[in-house]
Design a binder for this molecule. Structure first.
Ligand code: FA5
Ligand code: MG
Length: 455
């Protein structure tokens, strides 16, 4: 009954919505979002009070109570949470890397920056073009046109470099409107890694046969960019930085996965506005490839924004922590990270984070599948808008949403889409009746919000 109540509140967005408070901080966020039953949209007040700060709302505001309720939980800092153990292990690995001159740890670790950032931090500072798709309202949770929940920990790169750090990790929660399936969730955690090198650090080991230092350079006056390098970089500098990056990442995974030697992994060429060249690292489990991170050689213009463009070159990566923890511990579904069920949490109650654990399912409850087919009266629905609406109403009872059919009917001059919504609770069997109520609620919201006819 309690869960049903919670769902009904979520589905109507109507009442005071209180986040789980972090007791240590003694902070709480109260959101008084009203819901317009005719337009079926959230009515935002002129200002939202989040973490004791007032933010004006505007036409960009699209945060929802499900997202706001998760703010400040900081799973990566919650003792004995699987993400806490994983970040401890990543910390240990990086702490072992010493600065050769000072014999102190090379990497600083920052894990407590607020997830509320400016558009400047999340996009402009790392050279994301103004028309880049990653900026859209459909992909992010905006508080207003200038402020959003960070979509990645890369939002802090420039500030941290500017503050004087040459090698660091930045760990935190990130927020995205994304597809819904067992490996995607609108809030997840990332660990950013950055290391910069000046000429001396990069070419330190390279001496010629007479023991003299090679006259190798990071920068050259070449103006071309190709698949292997940015304009202005020498190929030898780029290759050394690439080797350091890939070595760091593969060594990390060797320490995290004891069976790493038997796992297939691969580097895929990728594109990010803030690195070039760029890669993604994937690992194969039971015949399926899982993307664990994105990385690359930092765009020199990002370093220029940080005040270090002249002498330094560097690499950066961004790991998805849930994906790694799912593989490390055999956790089958990303929603489990938010579970407060003692059957889940008790399996991670131990001090030594290096302890190998294989998660044992508390029990597998049955799935319940309902399809949602609709004719669109106007424009085609952006699936990301639909996913957000379904997650807002169904909360964590939604396991997956798939767009299974889409076509355009010429005679009717209408688009049609069919989504398959898979419901499953992590901790109990759902009744058909309960699912039907939620499904009906989703249909009603779709009809009004997107102007569609349910088929
Ligand atoms: C980024 O976020 C880049 N900022 C990474 C980066 C950093 C590239 C520094 C270059 C330099 P991407 O969107 O691919 O990239 O996300 C990085 C990782 O986060 C993914 O590889 C994946 O492991 C994880 N991830 C992405 N979306 C989700 C999601 N919805 N749920 C869970 N994990 C996700
Ligand atoms: Mg990616």
């Amino acid at each position: 009954m309690r869960i049903l109540n919670r769902l009904l509140i979520q589905s109507t967005f109507r009442y005071h919505y209180r986040t789980n408070t972090v007791k240590a901080q003694k902070k709480s966020n109260t959101f008084n979002l009203e819901y317009d039953p005719i337009k079926q949209t959230i009515i935002y007040p002129p200002e939202l009070l989040i973490n004791n700060k007032n933010y004006p709302t505007d036409s960009w505001t699209n945060v929802n109570p499900h997202i706001l309720s998760r703010l400040g939980q900081n799973l990566h800092r919650q003792k004995n949470h699987p993400l806490y153990h994983l970040t401890n292990r990543i910390r240990q690995y990086f702490y072992q890397q010493k600065d050769p001159r000072k014999q102190s740890p090379k990497f600083s670790i920052i894990d407590n920056l607020s997830p509320i950032v400016t558009v400047q931090q999340n996009f402009d500072s790392i050279c994301t073009p103004n028309d880049h798709v990653s900026r859209t309202k459909s992909m992010n949770y905006y508080i207003n046109k200038d402020t959003l929940f960070r979509a990645h920990t890369s939002a802090h790169q420039v500030d941290l470099i500017r503050s004087g750090l040459n090698a660091f990790l930045c760990i935190g929660d990130v927020y995205r409107r994304d597809s819904i399936d067992p490996t995607h969730y609108p809030i997840f955690h990332q660990c950013e890694g950055v290391q910069l090198f000046n000429k001396e650090e990069l070419f330190m080991e390279n001496r010629n046969v007479r023991g003299e230092k090679d006259n190798l350079q990071i920068f050259a006056s070449n103006e071309y960019r190709d698949a292997t390098k940015q304009e202005g970089h020498t190929l030898e500098a780029v290759k050394l930085v690439e080797a350091s990056l890939k070595q760091t990442i593969t060594d990390l995974f060797k320490t995290l996965f004891p069976n790493a030697a038997t796992l297939n992994s691969r580097w895929i060429d990728a594109t990010f506005p803030f690195t070039h060249p760029s890669w993604e690292y994937e690992i194969e489990i039971d015949g399926k490839w899982y993307e664990l991170l994105g990385c690359g050689i930092i765009e020199q213009s990002v370093l220029e924004n940080s005040g270090l463009g002249k002498d330094y070159i560097g690499w950066a990566f961004g790991l998805g922590l849930e994906r790694i923890a799912m593989i490390m511990y055999g956790i089958p579904d990303i929603r489990l990270f938010w579970s407060t069920d003692s059957g889940f949490l008790s399996q991670f109650q131990f001090e030594d984070s290096t302890r190998p654990v294989q998660y044992k399912p508390v029990s597998a409850y049955p799935q319940c599948i309902n399809d949602l087919s609709m004719w669109m009266n106007k424009t085609r629905i952006d699936p990301l808008d639909l996913y957000d609406l379904v997650r807002s109403i169904g909360g964590d009872l939604i396991e997956q949403v798939l767009l299974i059919d889409e076509f355009y009917h010429e005679k009717k001059d209408k688009h049609s889409q069919t989504y398959r919504i898979i419901y499953r609770s992590m901790d109990r069997t759902l009744t058909k009746n309960e699912i039907n109520m939620i499904h009906k609620d989703i249909e009603n919201h779709c009809q009004k919000q997107f102007d569609v006819e349910i088929r």
